[in-house]
Design a protein around this ligand. Sequence first.
Ligand code: PMV
Length: 360
Amino acid sequence: MTISTNKKQVMAHQYEGRITYQAPSNIALIKYWGKHGKQLPCNPSLSFTLSESYTQMCVDFKQSKDNKVLESFEFEGKKRVDFEKKMSVFLESIKEDLPFLNDYSLRITSLNSFPHSSGIASSASSNAALCMALVDFESRLLGKDHVDLKKASRLSRLGSGSASRSVSGPMMLWGDFESQNGSDDYAVVPSADLSFFNDFNDYIAIVSSGEKSVSSRKGHSLMEGHPFRDIRFKNARKNLADLIDAMEKKDYVRFINIVESEALELHGLMMNSNPSFILMEPNTLSIIHEIRNFRKNNSVPICFTLDAGPNVHILFPDEYKDICDKFIEDKIRPFTQNNIIKDRVGNGPKLISSELSIAP
Ligand code: PMV
């Protein structure tokens, strides 16, 4: 039984203990680029969660009179003051949304299944893992029998926009979109039945594992005075409607066309920003040419998407795995840092364990 007032919630239970979550990273097919207000997107986006690239986060909850929420944070067995500071600021900022944080202190350890600086969005997986653990814990305190995914998505979004799309899977839509029931700019909704895509592989060709040359924050802000701003937001909506239609109809040709043009449009926007950024490397372009030639010569539905960096996500369905595996080993690997991460479409976060007991 819960009595909830604006600031104070009366809990049904007073637990302490540990909750561990795995949350995946995601990659957008329709890109979010440009934001306003409190991490609200200027256009709706559509992404899928990965399967093998995730953050595993273990959160210890202990009752405390201390004003500070985060007691300690370790990343991959080491204290990381930079990450800890960021997480502490975030946790303080969501106390109103999660009033129990006023009465608890947290010790957190985290690790990623994928290498640092591989271009896979660790901000998405880590914010989602953290918010899943927090919202799950709150549900137990309140005696609820389910985790409020909308709330986990909304809070993850405040940490990193695209993290809102990592709280479930496989296909997530974030942003107000007229033809999708229940969609809004605050949190994700699972997308319409796009099962066509569920057996897709995503091999990530690592062209460069260096730090990003432009942060997402800077990139989003460059859309503010961008000459193609209005056209972009209109295009993104049109591309989203067309892509959903193509996926529902299992139309590979249209699917490929839209997915690749979205990736190139994202990079085109950066090239046309002021200041401008070229985030592709020569090897990125070589890989794109290889993929397009291979597709044409072999009639295989293989295509690419890009994040805000030089690495290439290569997408193809299971049915063509053998031929694509060979092509990628022979023709793509030489353009990478001898590094290809073999991932595929995944189903969203997993609760790994929960060990809670009534507080003394
Ligand atoms: O979530 P952010 O603020 O890191 O922005 C992500 C932006 C892109 O990765 C380039 C596109 C997207 O929709 O994920």
